[in-house]
Every structure is written in C-alpha cells, then in structure tokens.
Design a protein around this ligand. Sequence first.
Ligand SMILES: CC(C)(COP(=O)(O)OP(=O)(O)OC[C@H]1O[C@@H](n2cnc3c(N)ncnc32)[C@H](O)[C@@H]1OP(=O)(O)O)[C@@H](O)C(=O)NCCC(=O)NCCS
Length: 415
Amino acid sequence: MGKALEGVRILDMTHVQSGPTGTQILAWLGADVIKVERPGKGDATRGQLRDIPEVDSLYFTMLNHNKRSVTLNPKIEAGKKIFTRLIEECDVLAENFAPGAIDRMGFPWEKIQEINPRIIYASVKGFGPGPYEDCKVYENIAQCTGGAASTTGEIDGFPMVTGAQIGDSGTGIHLVAGILAALLHREKSGKGQRVVCAMQDAVLNLCRVKLRDQQRLAHGPLTEFPQYPNGTFGDAVPRAGNASGGGQPGWIVKCKGWETDPDAYAYVITQAASFAELAKVIGHEDWLEDPEWNTPKARLGKLDTMFDEIEKWTMTKDKLEVMNILNPLNVPCGPILSMKEIAEEPSLRATGTIVEVDHPERGKYLTVGNPIKLSASPSDVVRSPLLGEHTEEVLKTVLGLDDDEIKEAREQGAI
Ligand SMILES: CC(C)(COP(=O)(O)OP(=O)(O)OC[C@H]1O[C@@H](n2cnc3c(N)ncnc32)[C@H](O)[C@@H]1OP(=O)(O)O)[C@@H](O)C(=O)NCCC(=O)NCCS
C-alpha cells in the first residue's frame, strides 16, 4: 500500500507551531519532509515548555513527527550552496518566518523560481498585504484579529481566546490545502507557484458564521442569542456564551457530580425534529400541547428557562448516561470530555487518533495521530527527529555530496 504523497519532497523551513503542523500532515500523508534547522540551536520549540531537562519538549515532538532533521545555515556561503541544491531537489519549500526572512537569507521568490521553476513556495504569515503585513504574529494575536476573541466568551464578560489552536494549527491546515492544490496544478502547468496563508484570514475563515451574524444583525436582533429578548444588541456581533451559533439552540448543562468535577457537563441541542422526545424524557410532556412551548419560534424567547428545565434532568445523570439516553432519541448531545478522558479513550487509541510513541531521549509519550484517514494510505506516526539527526544522510542520498564536501561544510559552520 503506497503512501498518498510518496515521491513528494518538502524542504521544511517551518518553526514553532503553524508551519510545522502543516508539514507534519504532509509527512503523515507520505511526503519526505526535510526539516532545516539552525545549526546548534534548531527550532526554538525544542527548548520551550520542557518537562524533562535537556530533552526535546513535547511542544516540539508533537508537531514534528515523520520528518527528517537537517542542520543548515543558508546565511553563509557554504550553506547557500547546499540550500540551492535542496531547492533543486524539492517539490515544496514551506516556511513561516517573520516576513522577509527567506529574502534576507538571499532567496527571494524570483531566485527560488529561477533555481527550480517547478517548486511550490508556501508561507504562513500573520497578516496579508496591508497595514500589518510586517508584524510578527502568534496564535492568540490571530484569534484576536481574526474575529474569534470578540465573539467568544461570557455574554457580559471580556473577549476570550479558545484552547483550539485555530490561528496556528488552523492556518497550517489551510496551508496544506494550498500546497496540495498547487501540486495538482503543477501536473498540468509544469510550474510551481506561491502559496500564502495569513493567520488572520484563516481564523476569519473559521469564524465565517460570525460574519454571517454581523450582517443578520442589520435586520433585527439575533433571536437565537441569549441576549434575546431581554438584553440589548450593539452594532457588532456580541459574545454568546455557549449558544450553538447554528439554527438549533444548544447549551452546556450541568450533570451529576458537577459540584466537584469541573468537566461534569454535557452539551445538549434542542433540535426541532426531536424536541418531543427530549421534552418527554425530561418530564415535560406538558410542553407538547402548550402553544407557548410547542414550536421553535415560541421557545426562542425563553431558551434560558428551557435549558434550566433540561438541566434539572441532566443533573440527575452523569454525562455519559445523558449521552447514552439522548442519542437513541436523536437528540444531539455530547459530554464535555477532559484531556485526561480523551487520552484514555480506547476508541481513539483504536483508530490511531491517540498514539503512544517511543522517543530515544524522553521515552514513551502520547500524541495525536493523523486525523485524516485515507483507506489505501494509512499513516504511521514516527517519532520526531533529533536536531540534525539526518544531516549526513540527506546530504549524501538526496544531494549526492561526498564525505569531503560534508566535512568542509561542517568546518565552515554551514551544517
Ligand atoms: C513566529 C514568529 C513571531 C517568531 O519570531 P522570531 O522568533 O523572532 O523568529 P523570526 O521568524 O523573526 O526569525 C527567525 C530568524 O532566524 C533566522 N533563521 C531561521 N532559520 C535559520 C537557519 N537555519 N540558519 C540561520 N538563520 C536562521 C531567520 O533568518 C531569521 O533571521 P532574521 O530576522 O535575521 O531574518 C515569526 O516567525 C512570525 O511572525 N512568523 C509568521 C507567522 C507565524 O507563523 N506565526 C505563528 C508561529 S506558531
């Protein structure tokens, strides 16, 4: 069974999170991803948030599986030669440095194209062209500038960022789509192209329902929001707590044990099609005949009362019981699972979504495997490389350098 991207070679200049998550997906799909890192230092995340002294952090290991690591400094002459050879031999150059960093290494897009007209040059940046294009950006800045923070949080609380790394990993996934499209396009055109994803744009793309609501707001209050009918709406989409954001009202309700367990909650959606079943199971058969309750429109103004009543029932059950009772009734719901519960979940282990990996310096650790499942090209998760682990191997087998040339490059500090 061949890997889907077998034969595709990536010159991976990415660092931190956004770029590496993208190239990690390409590596899982079978591409040969050659991660180029600064000699002696490597990707800064190797040393960040360390749990074990002197050992590559989980931050690094969990973002760089299935890659090879080469140390190379393209800023010095001997390094430039090797970098040029790598550009010749690779299908994709991916990077997410601050704007202009690759140019400052002496490799603007024009030169890269000249070296290899078939190469796809893919970048993550914080912002697209405009007033902020030169800014450095991290995850939460993208969440704040892409519309996620202003629309997330308690109704009367301050803006809130989410734990899902939609700015970094979210942009990495967008970059993968761009790279794959450019690879397909190259089949027809014979030429590579530039792929750029701005983190602000990717977050906004993931928040598009909120731009939808912004425009609906011009035509009256957002009736599915908790602010309706008694609160006030300003001129921008407000934060909506745990409201569903879709056409079917939903909320997080307490379950048995909530007093001591911070995750004893479940999300329940009161989809119109299964409302009768839900009403019956929580002991509110009376709602079915009552015009104040028996249509979605009638319920809109009193969603808080409705979820209070649902909660009285869910508080008598634990969160998995709630799931087990409501799902057969076609009531969409989900327990709030902690990371501890997810890490221990047997079904996620069985599908390879949670995997245990062995690392020569840190021993065994858990990671998230490839969430994209291909029937003919399953992914194995291979531990992240040590700094420069594959320098000689790549220089010899990919570039054809001999021992003397490698020795010379090393003496000059290029590798
Ligand atoms: C993430 C970010 C804020 C980090 O900033 P930073 O730590 O200051 O790192 P930078 O990207 O500015 O720069 C890296 C420097 O290392 C240099 N460098 C990187 N790899 C090198 C190598 N192999 N050899 C020699 N130098 C190297 C770069 O040339 C650059 O030097 P320069 O500033 O002289 O041009 C920034 O890279 C950024 O905004 N990236 C784009 C958006 C992004 O992806 N953000 C999310 C990250 S999770």
